[in-house]
Ligand binder design. Structure first.
Ligand SMILES: [Fe+2]
Ligand SMILES: [Fe+2]
Length: 358
């Protein structure tokens, strides 16, 4: 059925093609890395684990999963304006971040093809999954007469350089947090089907298993590089990436409280749950994780979120740039101070617990 949903409130690049949201510190990023160093990663100490995750990826459990069933064949005009705007925004961000994973994995598979064929194959399989995820979301956007021009995004986004170790910490976390985000929404809607206003959410259960497997693959890469978990630098980087990912998550979930509200989820509770679970999962791969049970942990993260909201109000005003800069200074100092305090709070030593966690 052809639907006739109009798109007030969204900017279009061309008719039906959505203008990508303005890039900020919080929008999903595109990455590039040192491909030579990646090709030379020595996985010999973790060969068995690597073969096991590669076998899992080859099994392609979700090859028949991303097929739109008959429930998609209808008009979505009944979805109210507020819900639709919040939902389309969620779709866009999710599609961008799935697509960002696809581009990175695809480029890694291409660059490593002759230099490290097994690692290249693993990245090809990861890219396969992310292409499916991004494509499935983009198709959902077309139900609202919108889609993202992924070719335009590829050319016009700026690429951030991350050395391989940073890629491994960051992608491990983004896959695991992706897993917890999808499964939490899925389980919530399973218990409260009255909030399921679009069939995409029903796909999250098997979908998030892809993210879980991707995370497990990056865990093998991480554990195969002893300097990433044995050295004090590795410990500091691990904490740094955990903090960055959790702070970004807290700010973006708070900014989009409306979307979680449409699902009947409390944004703050959702964020806390996802952060706690991701931190707990990271115990299996990282040398240290953050103490999310520290009484100040969420208080400080949420203070950063308040500061962010405050800054957005200032940015939206008509004041000159330098005035905005001065007005934002106290919030920015407060955010840096709170993040620093979390960073220096005594972490949980995962290596000391190794053997107890699996
Ligand atoms: Fe994905
Ligand atoms: Fe993934």
């Amino acid at each position: 059925m052809v639907n006739t949903v109009q798109n007030p409130g969204t900017q279009e690049l061309r008719p039906g093609i959505k203008n990508p949201v303005q890039e900020t510190l919080l929008t999903p990023r595109f990455y590039t890395t040192d491909f030579d160093a990646m090709a030379n990663l020595d996985l010999s100490a973790y060969e068995e684990e690597f073969s096991a995750v590669l076998e899992e990826l080859r099994s392609d459990y979700n090859r028949h999963h991303f097929v739109r069933d008959e429930e998609f064949e209808q008009s979505w005009e009944q979805i109210d304006e507020r819900t639709r705007l919040a939902f389309v925004d969620f779709l866009e961000r999710s599609c961008t971040s799935e697509f960002s994973g696809f581009l990175l994995f695809k480029e890694l598979s291409r660059q490593l093809k002759t230099r490290n064929p097994l690692l290249s194959e693993a990245f090809t399989l990861l890219a396969r999954d992310e292409a499916r995820h991004a494509g499935f979301i983009n198709k959902a956007m077309s139900d609202f007469n919108l889609s993202l021009d992924l070719g335009y995004l590829t050319k016009h986004r700026t690429y951030t350089f991350f050395k391989p170790e940073w890629i491994i910490y960051a992608v491990y976390l983004s896959e695991k947090i992706g897993y917890w985000r999808y499964i939490t929404v899925f389980r919530h809607l399973e218990a409260h089907p009255e909030h399921q206003y679009y069939p995409l959410f029903r796909y999250f259960e098997s979908w998030c298993q892809d993210e879980n497997r991707h995370g497990d693959f990056f865990k093998v890469l991480l554990r195969s590089q002893p300097q990433m978990w044995q050295s004090w630098q590795g410990r500091l980087w691990a904490r740094f990436f955990l903090l960055t990912v959790f702070a970004t998550h807290t700010l973006t979930v708070d900014e989009r409280a409306d979307f979680y509200d449409t699902l009947g989820l409390d944004a703050k509770e959702y964020n806390r749950h996802v952060v706690r679970k991701t931190n707990e999962t990271s115990l299996r791969a990282f040398p240290e994780v953050l103490d999310t049970e520290h009484p100040d942990f969420f208080r400080r993260l949420e203070k950063c979120s308040e500061n962010n909201a405050n800054n957005q109000k200032i940015d939206a005003s008509n004041k000159p740039k330098w005035v905005k800069f001065l007005l934002k200074l106290p919030s920015n100092c407060s955010t840096l101070w709170n993040l620093f305090r979390i960073y220096i709070t005594k972490p949980i030593d995962a290596e000391a617990l190794r053997g107890e966690v699996h």
